[in-house]
Ligand binder design. Structure first.
Ligand SMILES: Cc1cc2nc3c(=O)[nH]c(=O)nc-3n(C[C@H](O)[C@H](O)[C@H](O)COP(=O)(O)OP(=O)(O)OC[C@H]3O[C@@H](n4cnc5c(N)ncnc54)[C@H](O)[C@@H]3O)c2cc1C
Ligand code: FES
Length: 293
């Protein structure tokens, strides 16, 4: 496996695969659900930014699994034993998943992908659009010193501050904000219709946050590609390092099918296709050739 494009070690070389029982499934915002199931083999190993593939057993439509970020791993005792996945219903799999209740079966494999680099940072600035906040709760807890993740646990230097800039179309779509607040994250919200927070694009929040910051910033971003492309441009102008997590459609999640490739530039400026499921989904933003910029 070629990891030249990733700063994090390979965690996806031996994913656990199995069938799990849904413990909880709740609607947490408009068209947005959180599903919880026990999967200690994954929960113990996963690092922030990694994902799992979920498949509905016995289903021909969809036949393939779907990639979803790991949102949280802590059970009621605070131990890494469960997986929480937060998703928005957009199509075949997610709409059917939302109909399933406690006791239903799911096929799962993971943890997959590289995750965010554990680089030192003074002020971590998260830029999330739509359902793009999901990879960042664990990352926030890690940088604020609440938890370690991975097996063996990875060491992440503590940040002075973590800010979540989070934008959605309208207030009813805001999901998980209280979890971030409880983790000590400073919250800046934006809505397209002005129903909550800044009336406008989430990317308009970046400059004020970075300019007001008293410590060196690093940006991490996930959401629609045009938003991540804009975030990348702003980060470059502000001279702030930036990583993005690409949400490309995936079929296998394990490097076999090449359905997930993205154009990534190397140090010489030449681009090549890289599989976002193994060499990503997290990439240095300045190396990404965005599709819908
Ligand atoms: C690494 C990774 C992590 C992700 N984490 C989350 C998460 O935490 N929560 C969440 O809600 N979603 C997440 N996604 C996106 C999620 O995988 C898709 O929404 C899901 O596959 C849709 O499946 P579906 O069968 O419901 O939709 P489909 O019936 O397959 O498609 C419905 C519509 O959604 C579009 N679509 C499907 N997949 C994607 C995609 N990856 N990006 C953009 N458009 C897509 C299709 O083109 C189609 O228009 C993640 C994707 C990746 C690659
Ligand atoms: S999803 Fe199959 S190679 Fe990435």
């Amino acid at each position: 496996m070629n990891h030249a494009f990733s700063k994090t070690p390979a965690y996806a070389d031996s994913p656990w695969q199995g069938t799990v029982l849904i413990d909880q499934s709740v609607e947490i915002a408009r068209h947005t659900y959180r599903v919880r199931f026990r999967a200690p083999e994954i929960a113990r190993r996963v690092v922030p930014g990694q994902f799992v593939m979920l498949r509905l057993p016995g289903m021909l439509d969809p036949l393939l699994g779907r990639p979803l970020a790991v949102y949280d791993v802590l059970d009621e005792q605070g131990e890494p034993a469960v997986l929480d996945v937060v998703y928005v219903t957009v199509g075949h799999m997610t709409r059917q998943l939302a109909q399933l209740g406690r006791g239903s079966l799911l096929e799962i494999w993971g943890p997959l992908g590289n995750g965010f680099a554990p680089d030192a940072v003074g002020h971590l600035v998260i830029v999330a659009g739509g359902i793009g906040q999901t990879p960042f709760l664990m990352l926030s807890r890690e940088y604020l010193g609440w938890r370690t993740y991975g097996d063996p646990p990875r060491v992440v230097p503590r940040a002075e501050q973590v800010t979540l800039c989070y934008g959605v179309k309208s207030k009813p779509e805001l999901a998980c904000v209280d979890d971030f607040r409880a983790a000590g994250v400073e919250i800046r919200l934006a809505t397209d219709d002005g129903s909550e927070g800044h009336h406008g694009l989430v990317t308009e929040l970046i400059r004020p946050v970075v300019n007001e910051s008293t410590s060196p910033c690093r940006i991490v971003s996930c959401g629609p590609e045009p938003m991540m492309a804009a975030t990348t441009r702003i980060a470059k102008e502000l001279n702030v390092p930036c990583e993005v997590s690409l949400e490309r459609p995936m079929a296998c999640g394990m490097g076999i099918c090449f359905s997930c490739v993205a154009k990534i530039r190397d140090r010489q400026g030449n681009w090549d296709y890289r599989r976002t499921c193994v060499e990503g989904p997290v990439f240095d933003a300045e190396n990404v050739e965005f599709e819908k910029a």
